[in-house]
Design a protein around this ligand. Structure first.
Ligand code: AHM
Ligand code: MG
Length: 315
């Protein structure tokens, strides 16, 4: 059995990076423990709601953000934390070589129905500043709080998967994940169809036509509504995830955030042989102009990403 610390030792000699990965893994294990008890503690609702004792509760988004912040405060390697939960970047250690960007609890609208949510993170070199492309990432990962708690990480090489055991240890369960090149499964919120652009409409219509259409094969559809759960399914068995630019999100640049949702997920999927795109360029090449910038997200099996890119090229 390979434990996270052993894997990290083999993967990198950078002690700072190792320390931050261990801190994020510890934060994930702590958040997992909080989530397991959340319905009993009355913590699945919005901030300002009460628990069974009638006490006001903090939202789990805020609790998760505090857990990540506390773990990273103890890590002298981190200079700055960018979080979906915090308007401004937080200065941590002035000596720190690394920036962490995180969505501490993604998919939190699924919390009150006990559906998988996750923590996403990206690690960048401090000397590149806050607005670096995804190509500059030194490491990335996510924790998926599902039936099992999974930690998916990449440093320089391939993307691998760990599982939290009942002693609190992260154990390697998939060494070098491989996203199948071809797939017959797509994930998109089809309730947004009326807002879609021509490329998205074309791609989805062709998929739904199945073996009778131009794609020439049958497709199935899945949409959890938690990016972490949808991406994890795609990492493990292939498929494509789409949150494209549409007429409603166009003014904001998209729905999902570049620094702590799109970039780490794109880098992890690419580390497993998949592809990522905005439709028009690689996600990892998008130059950020704001820490909370949004971006269109398409990622997954290489053949499917190429198929929607072809729709963008002709529309
Ligand atoms: P959040 O960061 O506020 O939780 O929002 C991100 C989530 C993703 O997990 C998911 O893919 C998407 O938003 C779902 O959006 P929609 O409600 O439009 O289906
Ligand atoms: Mg999110």
């Amino acid at each position: 059995m390979t434990k996270l610390a052993d894997w990290l030792r083999a993967e990198t000699s950078d002690q700072d990076l190792t320390g931050v990965m261990i801190s994020m893994a510890a934060a994930g294990a702590e958040i997992a423990a909080v989530l397991r008890q959340a319905p009993i503690a009355g913590q699945t609702g919005l901030a300002g709601s009460d628990n069974v004792q009638g006490e006001a509760q903090k939202a789990l988004d805020v609790i998760s953000n505090d857990i990540v912040l506390n773990h990273l405060r103890a890590s002298p390697a981190v200079s700055i934390l960018v979080s979906e939960e915090l308007d401004e970047a937080v200065d941590l250690s002035s000596q720190g070589r690394l920036i962490v960007a995180t969505d501490p609890l993604d998919g939190s609208s699924n919390l009150d129905v006990n559906v998988t949510v996750g923590t996403i993170f990206s690690i960048l070199p401090s000397d590149g500043g806050l607005l670096q492309t995804g190509q500059a990432q030194l490491a990335a990962g996510y924790v998926a709080y599902g039936p099992a708690t999974s930690l998916v990480v990449r440093i320089s090489g391939a993307t691998s998967v760990f599982t939290l055991d009942d002693t609190g240890e992260w154990v390697l369960t998939v060494n070098r994940a491989a996203v199948p090149v071809a797939s017959g499964e797509f994930a998109i919120n089809t309730a947004r169809e009326r807002f879609w652009d021509a490329a998205t409409k074309g791609y989805v219509r062709e998929s739904v036509e199945g073996e009778t259409g131009a794609a020439g094969k049958r497709y199935n559809m899945r949409w959890v509504g938690s990016m972490v759960a949808d991406v994890h399914r795609i990492l493990m068995r292939g498929g494509i995830f789409l949150y494209p630019l549409d007429s409603e999100t166009i003014s904001k640049g998209g729905r999902l955030r570049l620094l702590y949702e799109a970039n780490p997920m794109a880098w992890l999927i690419e580390g497993a042989g998949g592809r990522s795109s905005t439709g028009k360029q690689g996600i990892l090449d998008v130059v950020p102009t704001d820490i909370h910038q949004r971006v269109p997200v398409i990622l997954g099996s290489a053949e499917e990403v190429a198929r929607i890119e072809a729709w963008y090229a002709k529309s």
